[in-house]
Ligand binder design. Structure first.
Ligand SMILES: Nc1ncnc2c1ncn2[C@@H]1O[C@H](COP(=O)(O)OP(=O)(O)OP(=O)(O)O)[C@@H](O)[C@H]1O
Ligand SMILES: [Mg+2]
Length: 410
């Protein structure tokens, strides 16, 4: 080792004072040098302390660079006398804990470097014995970049949530306000229809040339009512869409509650509402094991109702409808529920679209009664607002399976 290399660490002989005076065998010396090199080249900070007093006896170049303290500032000082570590070992409680447990570990520990830089480190220390004396080795890994990236991610997530809330509130206000002019259009359309009838009666009494009378009659009985029909149809459709958007926007305004959900009771209730329909079409529902989840009971009921409604609506004619509902606890602390049917299935190309608001498929299938195309949009938002996920697997002509993951416990 070169002389100036030696200055990079606190010049102590790690083999211990009295022992160092003894002549060392060549092998021992070589092994010591090898370990010394590892200590010096380590890309983690290493501090060696006296386990009785907490005094720093050695520090590798990495920790000196990282913290920016000079050798003098570290040498012979107790850990809690150094600014960077003052907070952790302030009460010396932690040091006592380390002395008794022989091991402590902190993640994301904030340290302030000599120049005021804020660092986040992982700090692991172990107590062990070297030639009869107890020493503490502290390994300090610089996780500042990772921690900052995590903080940035949290900040961005918060921003996204904030923006989403803004959009939801905007959606609610605009859709709500759109209702007012729509009510006017609806009302005045009805007035116009009445006025057309009055005009028709007046026309018979009017003294007009027959050619003109005939032309006006056609306008009053065919052309104008046809246009009125389009206006009324459009208004009804718009009213339905505004209603659906309001339903979705309202979801964002209700904070979900969380409780242990008795799934058997939920399914019993939900299936009760479909009992008539199921009996009429001869459908069967198999309920297998259903573990409890931690969620909003009302929300879970609605999600299952929307899925069962779809399974019934998109059943395959000529095949007895069979719905299977089952659940299991997953390794990552979630409960996974599956709702499978043997219905029409969904084309691969449509699988992404079914979650979109107002999307309705199977329009070409005869005898399929359509809804507003908002059921799955609502189900997805509800599940996600309850900390879960929903996805679909389907094979056209064979059947569909909805997979819902919800937290198992709070
Ligand atoms: N179990 C299913 N089997 C086959 N297709 C399905 C199934 N569930 C949903 N789909 C398809 O996904 C589309 C969207 O479903 P969603 O529940 O959002 O709307 P909808 O059922 O058309 O109307 P709404 O639920 O608002 O009354 C459906 O129109 C249908 O094409
Ligand atoms: Mg639906």
């Amino acid at each position: 080792m070169k002389d100036n290399d030696k200055k990079e660490h606190l010049g102590t002989d790690s083999s211990g004072g009295s022992e160092s005076s003894k002549p060392k065998s060549g092998e021992l010396r070589e092994s010591e040098l090898r370990y010394r090199r590892l200590f010096e080249a380590a890309q983690d900070g290493i501090l060696i302390l006296d386990a009785e007093t907490g005094t720093i006896s050695d520090a590798n170049p990495f920790i000196i660079d990282l913290l920016g303290f000079s050798h003098e500032q570290l040498a012979g000082k107790r850990l809690w006398e150094i600014g960077a570590f003052r907070d952790i070992f302030a009460s010396q409680e932690k040091f006592k804990e380390l002395q008794s447990l022989g091991y402590v570990r902190y993640e994301g520990l904030p340290l302030i470097a000599a120049d005021g830089r804020k660092l986040f480190v992982e700090f692991v220390s172990n107590v062990y014995e070297v030639e009869g004396a107890k020493v503490i080795q502290c390994n300090i890994r610089d996780n500042t970049a990772r921690r900052e990236a995590e903080l940035e991610k949290d900040r961005l997530n918060e921003k996204i949530i904030e923006k989403n809330e803004e959009i939801e509130s905007f959606l609610y206000v605009t859709t709500h306000d759109l209702r007012t002019p729509l009510v006017n259009i609806q009302g005045f359309s009805r007035n116009l229809a009445k006025d057309l009838k009055k005009l028709y009666t007046l026309l018979s009494k009017a003294d007009l040339p027959e050619g003109i009378k005939e032309r006006v009659r056609t306008l009053l009985t065919d052309d104008l009512p046809e246009s009125m029909g389009f206006i009324t149809g459009g208004v009804l459709k718009m009213n339905m869409m505004i209603g659906a958007l309001l339903k979705i926007a309202r979801l964002g305004r209700i904070a979900p509650t969380s409780a242990s959900v008795d799934m058997d009771a939920v399914l019993k209730d939900v299936l009760g509402t479909f009992a008539y329909q199921l009996e009429k079409i001869g459908g069967v529902v198999n309920i297998l094991d259903l573990p409890r989840c931690s969620s909003d009971t009302e929300v879970v009921s609605q999600v299952f109702a929307l899925l069962i409604d779809n399974a019934i609506k998109y059943r395959k004619k000529g095949r007895r409808l069979e719905i299977t509902i089952e659940g299991k606890v997953t390794e990552d602390g979630l409960v996974r529920y599956m709702v499978s049917d043997n219905g029409l299935g969904i084309e691969d190309a449509e699988l992404e679209k079914i979650w979109q608001v107002f999307y309705s498929g199977h329009t070409a299938d005869p005898g399929v009664e359509h809804g507003e195309g908002i059921g799955l949009t609502i189900a997805k938002r509800m599940v996600e607002r309850n900390g879960g996920r929903i996805r679909v697997e389907s094979k056209e002509g064979v059947g569909t399976k909805f997979i819902i993951d919800l937290p198992a416990r709070k």
